[in-house]
Ligand binder design. Structure first.
Ligand code: CA
Length: 229
């Protein structure tokens, strides 16, 4: 057998190796793309909205649409959403009985997120009627980025102003982390719903992509209301 013939004989094998390698590379690439797609969590659509069990709920229990706000008291965008978008939503849909809204604590900013969230869970447990006043006031009190503002005493001051929770007891229970279990429930919830950033807003379990686009939020709610009829 000449060298040329030998080369010809080997070539189908070489082609098979190349095809196998190419397929392998393609499969690896697909797996990588698929994983990165699910990790960025940009578009999340779930069949059921996050559970309201143990969470603060604003609005009529019978409201057909559930809006869930996954937020962090330390997050400046969450404050902006609370100040700019929420009031419109409240006026247009919550007071009309179309939407009920729930807030879930996300702890993306360490100790201070936890302190503020623990305080909110205590207010919810001990004076649920005042929860939303406290919640709003905490966001309102948020300082410019980088400035330390969350302390047990500051939370006690806000609680004293907006709720009937005893401020000294609040400080004690913060240091004892009395409401840690409630935060664990929230953490399980935001992991289950693949929350990657705050605020994440879900309308009946569908993630809103542009949380500051109120027209888009309206559109999604109207669609859900249409479906509910
Ligand atoms: Ca909670």
């Amino acid at each position: 057998m000449s060298k040329k013939q030998l080369a010809k004989k080997q070539s189908p094998l070489k082609i098979a190796v190349i095809i196998t390698l190419t397929l392998f590379v393609l499969i690896v690439a697909l797996v990588v793309i698929k994983n990165s797609g699910s990790e960025d969590g940009e578009v999340g659509s779930f069949d059921t909205p996050p559970s309201l069990e143990g969470q603060p709920v604003m609005g009529e229990e019978s409201a057909p649409v559930t809006v869930t706000v996954f937020g962090d008291y330390m997050c400046p965008s969450c404050k902006a959403w609370e100040m700019d978008i929420f009031p419109q939503l409240e006026k247009d849909y919550i007071t009309t009985g179309d939407v009920k809204l729930s807030a879930v604590n996300v702890l993306f900013h360490g100790q201070d997120s936890e302190t503020a969230a623990l305080a909110s869970e205590q207010v919810l447990a001990e004076d649920p009627k005042s929860f939303w006043d406290f919640h709003h006031k905490v966001f309102e009190s948020q300082a410019e980025h980088g400035e330390k503002w969350v302390t047990p005493n500051k939370m006690a001051e806000i609680a004293e102003e907006t709720t009937s929770v005893d401020p000294d007891e609040l400080v004690d229970k913060l240091s004892a982390k009395t409401f840690a279990e409630q935060l664990q429930t929230d953490t399980e919830l935001f992991k289950k719903y693949n929350v990657q950033s705050t605020p994440t807003i879900m309308i009946n379990g569908k993630t809103v992509n542009e949380v500051f686009d109120y027209n888009k939020i309206k559109e999604m709610i109207d669609e859900e209301l249409g479906n509910a009829k």
